[in-house]
Design a protein around this ligand. Structure first.
Ligand code: 6PG
Length: 464
């Protein structure tokens, strides 16, 4: 019997849909899932539900699963990030041969991927850490894929990955070799940081608009923005979410206001802190989720605040639109800056234009702006260097300050918009009060300081 061209381990939502996507494109695919506990029957159920696919073979034994694959074997693991990844790799390696390829398609931490890559290289097994974005629908119809590892093993899996990936406006696959070892998982992590910030900006805009608008009208505005340069997948789904009803009620009004997270946003923020990049919007988005989790405390304290809401008018829609455009650009500026700096530090040589190109479709942060970003990075090292981006920011600053003033008047927390505004103001201010910080540091700790008109390599200390 002809062996399978590809294997998938893990039949959770993503694993199932990716397997179907691969099979639908005509590849013969073997699938494996552990047959225990709440995952017993995963394989059997999957095969039964998809019996029309004759090119999917299911296995309960990892050994038989491996034996069903053509060499070099290409195995995509879709399991929970963390220790499960190591567990499955250990199980697998007993049965693998030299040059077989394992792909980790989960949201693994990139430094873990780097360690696994190095460890498997020693055993002559190739390892690809592949960020995959697009959720359930993306997995089934075409995700954005961010593989990292080494280019020669990527070339062997590219025929499958590039076939199942989403396609950009020029019909090129939204899948490209990102860089060595952990680069693929690293960019997926930052993708998620950008995603957190994009979501928070929409949430804050919704909070602002809700003061005086119905769900229907907010949805209509979002939907009209979605026909403009502001168009994005997240804006599109948000306009749909706002008007979805169940038993006559808007679902959105029935959802508890406690945001969850699986960690990639805080990983991105922590990394930004470690490498000295002010990724202020994604960080405020992470904190906003954490703040929301204190529901009981918020409820208790809110009773002590008697101020009425909706006392003050909110800015006109045109102002809101400009402020939203502004904050999104700053978010992308910050996110790509982390990538650029980390890429140099790790010698990944990530091509920012190509990376943003594979984010123009399939992934959660796909947008019109991402198309522009991809073009801008062809000629500029940073988004903010592009004259038209800079002009847009310049002419929108006023709109953001109006939004923020109204946020204060109406007692609406707009942390992500503040972060965007303050980043812009600081970045375009020649003299910041950091001279005082330096003086204080020198006063209490003799940390020394540089002087404005002196050689920057010279440090001074004052006996204060
Ligand atoms: C994607 C998403 C996805 C992520 C979820 C949940 O690109 O498809 O980024 O990978 O895991 O959005 O993330 P949180 O639970 O942390 O919000």
């Amino acid at each position: 019997m002809r062996k399978s061209e590809f294997g998938v381990i893990g039949l959770g939502v993503m694993g199932k849909n990716l397997s179907l996507n691969i099979a639908e494109k005509g590849f013969k695919v073997s699938v494996y899932n552990r047959n225990e506990g709440d995952e017993a029957n995963f394989v059997t159920n999957f095969l039964n539900e998809n019996s029309s696919f004759k090119n999917i073979l299911g296995y309960h034994s990892i050994e038989k699963f491996v034996a069903s694959l053509e060499k070099p074997r290409k195995i995509l693991m879709m399991v929970k990030a963390g220790s499960v990844v190591d567990y499955v790799i250990n199980q697998l390696t007993d049965f693998l041969d030299s040059e077989d390829i394992i792909i980790d398609g989960g949201n693994s931490y990139f430094l873990d991927t780097k360690k696994r890559y190095d460890a498997l290289q020693k055993k002559n097994i190739q390892f690809i850490g592949c960020g995959i974005s697009g959720g359930e629908e993306g997995a089934r119809k075409g995700p954005s894929m961010m593989p990292g590892g080494n280019n020669s093993s990527y070339k062997l899996v590219a025929p499958v990955l590039e076939t199942i990936a989403a396609k950009d406006a020029n019909n090129k696959p939204c899948c490209t070799f990102v860089g060595k070892d952990g680069a693929g998982h690293f960019v997926k992590m930052i993708h998620n940081g950008i995603e957190y910030a994009e979501m928070q900006l929409l949430a804050e805009m919704y909070a602002m608009m809700s003061i005086s608008m119905t769900n229907e009208s907010i949805s209509a505005i979002f939907s009209s923005w979605n026909k403009s340069d502001l168009s994005s997948y997240l804006l599109e789904i948000t306009s749909k979410i706002l008007i979805k009803k169940e038993a006559g009620n808007y679902i959105i009004d029935t959802i508890l206001d406690k945001a969850g997270n699986k960690g990639t946003g805080s990983w991105s923020s922590k990394l930004a802190l470690d490498i000295g990049i002010p990724a202020t919007i994604m960080t405020s988005a992470v904190f906003a989720r954490y703040l929301s989790a204190f529901k009981e405390k918020r409820k208790k304290l809110s009773v002590l605040i008697s101020r009425e809401k909706a006392t003050f008018e909110i800015p006109r829609t045109k102002i809101l639109e400009k402020a939203y455009r502004f904050a999104r650009i700053i978010n992308h500026q910050q996110g790509f800056e982390i990538i650029s700096v980390c890429s140099s530090e790790q010698n990944w040589d990530i091509n920012l234009s190509e990376l943003s190109r594979i984010w123009t479709n399939g992934c959660i942060i796909r947008s019109n702006l991402m198309n522009d970003v991809s073009e801008i990075f062809k000629n500029n090292p940073e988004l903010i260097d592009d004259t038209s981006i800079f002009e847009t920011l310049k002419i929108s600053e006023n709109a953001v300050s109006k939004l923020l003033k109204s946020g204060i008047d109406n007692r609406i927390s707009l942390d992500a918009f503040y972060a965007a505004y303050n980043y812009w103001v600081s970045m375009t201010t020649k003299r910041l009060p950091a001279n005082l910080i330096q003086a204080q540091r020198d006063f209490f700790g003799a940390h020394t300081y540089q002087k404005i008109d002196e050689n920057p390599s010279q440090y001074f200390h004052t006996n204060w």
